[in-house]
Design a protein around this ligand. Structure first.
Ligand SMILES: Nc1nc2c(ncn2[C@@H]2O[C@H](COP(=O)(O)OP(=O)(O)OP(=O)(O)O)[C@@H](O)[C@H]2O)c(=O)[nH]1
Ligand SMILES: [Mg+2]
Length: 210
């Protein structure tokens, strides 16, 4: 049963082979991004690192395998993964733990970002997938924080979703980000880019000293 689950999960979410950062990025702390398709993982990678090499767009799943990035705006290696399938919660946690077990101690992620779209995140926050991953990360001793993308600015923004996340995922830090300014049909800026600097600082606090 368990081996069937592992094979099926690995086929559904084939990211295990690429969880090791390339040698060229050795020496940088490693941050692994996890979250549903379209949540904004690749957009976040570009905004946080000050690059435009992570392919990001709307539509069908874009990022199909784990790809590692570094850039001038922040000294860390970011592992951008294939979007989660919300129907396969426990199975993806099994894949994650298997993939982590295959890494040496100096190769494991130092931090994970659980990335959710603040506008549509409610559905995922209750689906079990992120909860299973948060539990797996906790069991592996890897710190995690939740990143809400497409977030409104302001202290009180998304308070309901944040309370729900705390109930489902446990007491993880939650950072709200709009990684790309949101524009209306007339081109006017509706929500400016914000929160990327807060995310870097919150992550620095959880990463090993460098
Ligand atoms: N306004 C705004 N748009 C965003 C934000 N994050 C992502 N987007 C948009 O949402 C769409 C999907 O973003 P991606 O970064 O490709 O999402 P992803 O999680 O990498 O998706 P997969 O690779 O399919 O798993 C793109 O059109 C982005 O421009 C955000 O914080 N604000
Ligand atoms: Mg992507």
């Amino acid at each position: 049963m368990l081996s069937w689950l592992r094979r099926t999960a690995a086929a559904l979410w084939p990211f295990g082979e690429h969880l090791r950062a390339p040698d060229a990025l050795a020496g940088l702390p490693r941050v692994l991004l996890l979250g549903p398709t379209g949540a904004g993982k690749s957009t976040l990678v570009n905004a946080v690192l000050g690059i435009d090499s992570a392919e990001a767009r709307s539509g069908a799943p874009v990022t199909v395998r784990t790809t590692w990035h570094a850039g001038p705006a922040w000294p860390a290696a970011l592992g951008d993964t294939r979007g989660l399938e919300t129907a396969a919660g426990q199975a993806q946690a099994v894949v994650l733990r298997q993939a982590l077990a295959a890494l040496g101690p100096g190769e494991r992620p130092d931090l994970a970002w659980l990335v959710l779209n603040a506008e549509t995140g409610r559905a995922h926050a209750g689906a079990g997938t992120l909860a299973a991953l948060a539990e797996a990360l906790r069991a592996e001793g890897i710190p995690a924080l939740v990143v809400l993308t497409h977030a409104e600015p302001g202290e009180d923004a998304h308070a309901g979703l944040r309370a729900r996340i705390a109930g489902v995922l446990g007491p993880l830090p939650v950072v709200r980000v709009n990684a790309r300014e949101t524009r209306g049909e007339d081109g006017a800026v509706l929500v400016p880019e914000h929160g990327v600097d807060v995310l870097r600082a919150a992550s620095d606090a959880l990463l090993p000293a460098r």
